[in-house]
Design a protein around this ligand. Structure first.
Ligand code: MN
Length: 420
């Protein structure tokens, strides 16, 4: 049974009253501030805060919503996140007259999403990318080492990851420039330097870290969710030819850090709660510090769409689900801090490419075309081994409820040539 707001929300909207995802927006006039999405609107939390609606012990006398990032709000932790959700669900309810019946106040508090510019939701200090989809790791390993040695011996024992680069994480809608780099084809004697010839997307999700843990103090797995605020969609743009030449022995570097796009709205764990599923049993059973009897995943349907400059409408190239991840977000966070590494509010921890068992659920071109061997056939007759200049890649996702959706909006980017 869907909740009702006085704001019009169609049943296929990603942003009903049950969702209320957080983001940072900039209105036509004024500085960026914190908002939540409902239907086609943004609610300006800085105005509601100024009016005293968040005077509550959970906020520890802090004003957090006029800031240009979510970081202060993230550091307050789940009691403040829950209280904010409760207050907003009340203020936006069809039965609450305060905002509903006050046109002047509505004008100050509610903006059309089309009239505002979305900013990065957080000052991201650190970004880590995991490698947590079994089918992605297995497919890539098969291409590199053959089916018998597809998974490295550590893969089922720990959530493998690399430290990425936070400075090049960008907001959805930012153009992606084809990067230059060093590559070497197998038959060449020496490498060459030039624009990548194998630009790829990676369909991923990522979570934002809330309160920090102190350096030297691991977060036990049954406390991990206290440090996880919510999730966004992510596209980890990748240059496969640069990656193939540079990655040994220390892992991804310039093939990955030229651009990583995220969606603007952070969907909270509270909003995702109805779509929580138990984490399937893992074999072998993980070591004790990664074991939690209540561990969970979410049923989130995910799609990637490609639109070339010759197409009028996007073409679906990936259909997958968040449940295709082998390692849970709690395991990722517990493992990341197991050595005492301190996470900080606004840190971004990403899933890795989310591929499933079927061909259509492969989450990147590398897998879809099997390293270019089987080009994708698009609906207008074009083919693609890799992304080409002018292509728009869009990732979207939502949870389907009874009469409503908890959606993530989209993360999109258009590829421009390296000389533009
Ligand atoms: Mn990745």
């Amino acid at each position: 049974m869907a909740l009702r707001s006085f704001v019009e929300v169609p049943p296929d909207s990603h942003f009903p009253l049950e969702n209320l995802p957080f983001g940072v927006f900039q209105p036509k006039q004024g500085r960026p501030r914190v908002g939540v999405a409902i239907g086609d609107l943004v609610v300006d939390l800085s105005v509601l805060e100024e009016l005293g609606h968040f005077h509550s012990p959970e906020f520890q006398d802090q004003r957090v919503f006029s800031e240009e990032s979510l970081n202060s709000f993230l550091s307050l932790g789940r009691p403040a996140w829950r209280k904010t959700r409760e207050i907003l669900q009340h203020l936006l309810s069809a039965d609450t007259p305060m905002l509903r019946d006050d046109a002047r106040l509505r004008e100050r508090v509610l903006h059309a999403q089309k009239d505002v510019v979305m900013r990065l939701p957080a000052r991201i200090g650190n970004y880590t990318d995991f490698y947590s989809s079994y089918h992605h790791a297995h497919n890539v390993g098969t291409m590199l080492r053959g089916a018998e040695n597809a998974l490295m011996p550590n893969w089922k024992w720990l959530p493998v990851a690399y430290h990425g680069r936070a400075s090049s994480v960008v907001m959805s809608g930012t153009d992606v420039r084809r990067p230059y780099g060093q590559t070497k084809s197998p038959d060449a004697v020496v490498p060459t330097f030039g624009p990548t010839k194998s630009l790829d997307y990676e369909l991923e999700m990522a979570f934002l870290v809330g309160p920090s843990n102190s350096l030297g103090e691991p977060v036990p797995i049954d406390r991990a969710v206290d440090h996880i605020f919510g999730l966004v969609l992510m596209n980890d743009w990748s240059a496969r030819d640069i990656q193939a030449w540079e990655y040994q022995p220390l892992g991804p570097f310039l093939a990955k850090n030229f651009c990583t796009s995220i969606s603007p709205w952070v969907v909270t764990l509270e909003a995702l709660e109805p779509f929580r599923k138990p984490l399937p049993p893992q074999d072998p059973e993980p070591l004790t510090y990664l074991r939690w009897e209540n561990d969970f995943t979410f049923d989130i349907q995910l799609e990637a769409h490609l639109q070339t400059s010759a197409m009028n409408a996007p073409h679906v190239i990936t259909r997958t689900n968040f449940q295709n991840l082998y390692w849970s977000i709690a395991q990722q966070l517990a493992h990341h801090t197991a050595n005492g590494c301190n996470l900080e509010p606004g840190d971004l921890l990403a899933s890795g490419t989310i591929s499933g068992a079927t061909e259509e659920s492969r989450g990147c071109m590398l897998e879809l075309t099997w390293r270019g061997a089987n080009p994708l056939k698009l609906s207008n007759g074009e083919t693609r081994k890799w992304l080409e200049d002018g292509d728009i890649l869009n990732i979207t996702g939502y949870c389907q409820g009874d009469g409503y959706r908890i959606g993530f909006g989209e993360v999109s980017g258009q590829l421009s040539g390296s000389d533009e």
